[in-house]
Design a protein around this ligand. Structure first.
Ligand code: RFL
Ligand code: PHB
Length: 395
């Protein structure tokens, strides 16, 4: 088999890349380790930056998002039992769209298949070969008993997430990895209940962080900070609701609207960057190259902006024969990635309880929240990062 761009992974990065390339007349084949059903059902992110939602429109895959998604013009920070609103739209002219990642995946898969694009699901034993030559290859099997096949490409896009094989194919001597782990995880639930709040609530309470988010008028998403090594079996539904009520309580008696819990799990928090994001003819995009803690709601959005840069760089190569933009791919992406890493780190530090904090450091944290939410400049810095910074093409 042969194609121009071999794409590993049908997550937001890989699927957006294949659609952007098709729009620019470049062929690609997507190889995905999981089944179509599995990728369309995994519960993950929910906040689309303005630019991510705009790209859905540019690609013509916006119809379900416009029907089922919801634009939010502000968010709330809650601490010391009171809420402070961050008016995103008023401060930046932009908003965010609440629309589940697995719905985005459904839209992108359907659109790519409708174009006649090739996505091979449930592939096995994937490895990358000859990535430092002009004919890199992907070796894989269609199922465990099938013979190995080779997909020959001009370029390989490693969009295979944090645990995929792409990143490790780059020799260790040719990459640097930056890691930060946090002493906490997030326990996330989906509940069948009406929305507790019109806007997202990020809450720093003495008992730890809590987040109220949404998925639809019927389904809500909420999170609780827990210890990094906590086990979901320690959390009965009653204990989860009790903790959400206590953490989110306000002076005027606010309580979340409770319902049956449909799904619950704990996710780890980490920051990670691999630099550079390219080697030979292999280009990493999305979680394969970087991870952020979910506090800033940036992971999916970064995956999408990498795909935008890579599609443009590859398209220019075929159009003008110039690899100038390809050479700068990593530098262009990392400029935005590090700013999102900074924002996600900052939000995590500001909103969680840290057991190592002294009473002094706790007061400093609350003063920071007070300052950020009462100064116009403080509010603006949160707002412009939350709705998404621009891609800066000059490096
Ligand atoms: P993905 O989505 O992980 O997709 C990678 C795909 O590659 C496949 N794969 C392979 N394919 C072929 N061969 C192999 N050997 C392969 N190995 C793996 C995988 O099966 C998978 O389908 O990476 P991508 O495209 O880079 O997208 C990244 C985002 O999914 C991720 O950053 C976000 O979900 C992070 N995130 C959030 N991001 C936001 O922007 N806003 C949010 O509100 C937000 N909330 C979240 C989140 C992540 C969470 N979890 C579960 C970690 C909330 C949570 C709880
Ligand atoms: C979500 O709805 O899943 C969500 C919202 C905001 C975040 C992270 C996750 O910061």
């Amino acid at each position: 088999m042969r194609t121009q761009v071999g794409i590993l992974g049908a997550g937001p990065a890989g699927l957006k890349l294949s659609l952007l390339l098709a729009q620019r007349g470049v062929e690609s084949v997507v190889l995905e380790a999981r089944s179509r059903q599995a990728i369309e059902q995994t519960i993950r992110a929910g906040v689309l930056e303005q630019g991510t939602a705009d790209l859905m429109r540019e690609l013509g895959v916006h119809r379900r998002m416009e029907k089922l998604g919801e634009e939010h013009e502000g968010i709330e920070f809650r601490f010391r039992g009171r809420g402070r609103r961050i008016p995103l739209k008023e401060l930046t002219g932009k908003c965010v769209t609440l629309y589940a990642q697995h719905e985005v995946i459904k839209d992108l898969v359907a659109a790519r298949l409708a174009q006649g694009g090739e996505i091979l699901f449930s592939v096995q034993d994937v490895s990358l070969e000859a990535i430092d030559t002009e004919r890199p290859r992907i070796r894989f099997r269609r199922d465990p008993d099938a013979p190995f096949e080779l997909l020959e490409c001009d370029f390989i896009a490693g969009c295979d997430g944090f645990h995929g094989p792409s990143r490790a194919t780059i020799p260790e001597s040719a990459r640097q990895e930056f890691v930060k782990t946090y002493p906490m995880g997030w326990l996330g639930i989906l509940t069948q209940a009406p929305p507790s709040s019109r806007e997202l609530i990020y809450c720093n309470s003495d008992r730890g962080f809590a987040l109220v988010s949404t998925r639809s008028p019927e389904i809500q998403r909420m999170y609780l900070q827990v210890d990094a090594d906590d086990d979901i079996r320690n959390w009965s539904d009653d204990r989860i609701w009790e903790e959400l009520r206590l953490r989110l309580a306000t002076e005027d008696g606010w309580e979340p609207i409770e319902g049956p819990i449909l799904q619950k799990s704990i996710v780890q928090m980490r920051s990670f960057v691999c630099a550079p994001m390219q080697y030979g003819r292999l280009y990493l995009a999305g979680d394969a190259a970087h991870i952020v803690p979910p506090t800033g709601a940036k992971g999916l959005n970064l995956a999408v902006s990498d795909a935008r840069v890579l599609a443009e760089a590859i398209a220019r190569y075929y159009r003008d024969g110039s690899d100038h933009l390809l050479q700068r791919y990593s530098a262009i992406c990392l400029r935005r990635v590090w700013k999102a890493e900074r924002f996600s780190y900052f939000m995590t530090q500001m909103l969680h309880r840290f057991s190592e904090h002294s009473p002094f450091e706790r007061e400093i944290q609350l003063a920071e929240l007070d300052y950020i939410t009462s100064s116009r400049h403080g509010l603006a810095t949160i707002a412009e990062n939350y709705v998404g910074l621009p891609i800066e093409w000059d490096t």
